[in-house]
Design a protein around this ligand. Structure first.
Ligand code: SAM
Length: 242
């Protein structure tokens, strides 16, 4: 269960109505029952139910059961599409170990704004359901050109471009992807997925000119943006095993 407060031995964790309903109404836990807690920072902790009520409750933190496991420093940048598909991308990115999720507004992105709090809640739920100890931050919507102008030094960008291989086979980026097996510490990278309408000609030209951006084909078929996000994240898991 995710809680937004520090965890440590002896810490008490108050529960709001929703969490109390879930633990005591849905899961039928009663006083003394054990609950595994995480907050995305302090690893996983075993807590016991000290008070169980309809509108709230109290847990008592006992011992750490797992250390925080940070994913590789990989960001997923994507252009928000329809609500359900945007939710899907955030959920899958959190499940597959993206360290940060950044919705970007491109020339052909229809969304003018996003509900960052709602998307962050999806990331929390995904981390809860896959037994993670880390929750990726979902950033606010940012314009792609602004993001590229302030691009952090040293971070490489895997730019997923369906036009790159001209209908050809999947390609690897021109810079070598980091590999856990080689013993290197993975360098910071980001994956960029475009919107339903793809990137505009000027965006593509700019991306192709940037030294840190490496175009990649995910195969000869044009994938939907949500499929492309999962395919690109899968490539990373194959490489890093994390
Ligand atoms: N340009 C297209 C169109 O006619 O709408 C499709 C864009 S595609 C639905 C959305 C995004 O998924 C693209 O901008 C790209 O980032 C990624 N993508 C889809 N298929 C891909 C492929 N075969 N290789 C690389 N990226 C792909």
């Amino acid at each position: 269960l995710y809680v937004d407060q520090p965890l440590g031995a002896g810490q008490t964790v108050p529960l709001d109505r929703d969490k109390a309903h879930y633990l005591f109404g849905v899961m039928r836990l009663s006083e003394g029952a054990g609950v595994l807690l995480f907050n995305g920072r302090d690893g996983e902790w075993l807590a016991r139910v000290a008070e169980a009520g309809k509108r709230g409750g109290l847990l008592h933190c006992e011992a750490q059961t797992r250390q925080l496991r940070m994913p590789p420093d990989l960001w997923l940048l994507f252009a928000p599409i329809k609500k359900a598909r945007t939710d899907f991308i955030v959920e899958k990115a959190a499940e597959m170990g993206a360290a940060r999720i950044v919705p970007v507004q491109t020339d052909f992105t229809n969304a003018e704004r996003i509900r960052q709090d709602r998307l962050q809640a999806h990331a929390v739920e995904a981390a809860e359901q896959c037994g993670g100890t880390f929750v990726p931050e979902v950033a606010d919507l940012v314009r792609l050109d602004r993001l590229l102008a302030g691009w952090p030094e040293g971070r490489q960008l895997m730019f997923c471009d369906e036009g790159f291989a001209d209908g050809g086979a999947a390609t690897a980026p021109s810079a070598p992807l980091p590999c856990r097996a080689s013993g290197q510490l993975p360098q910071p990278w980001a994956i960029l997925i475009g919107p339903e309408g793809g990137f505009s000609p000027s965006e593509r030209a700019r991306l192709h000119s940037l030294p840190f951006a490496h175009p990649v084909s995910l195969g000869p078929r044009i994938l939907r943006a949500d499929t492309a996000a999962v395919a690109a994240l899968t490539l990373w898991q194959m490489r890093l095993g994390d």
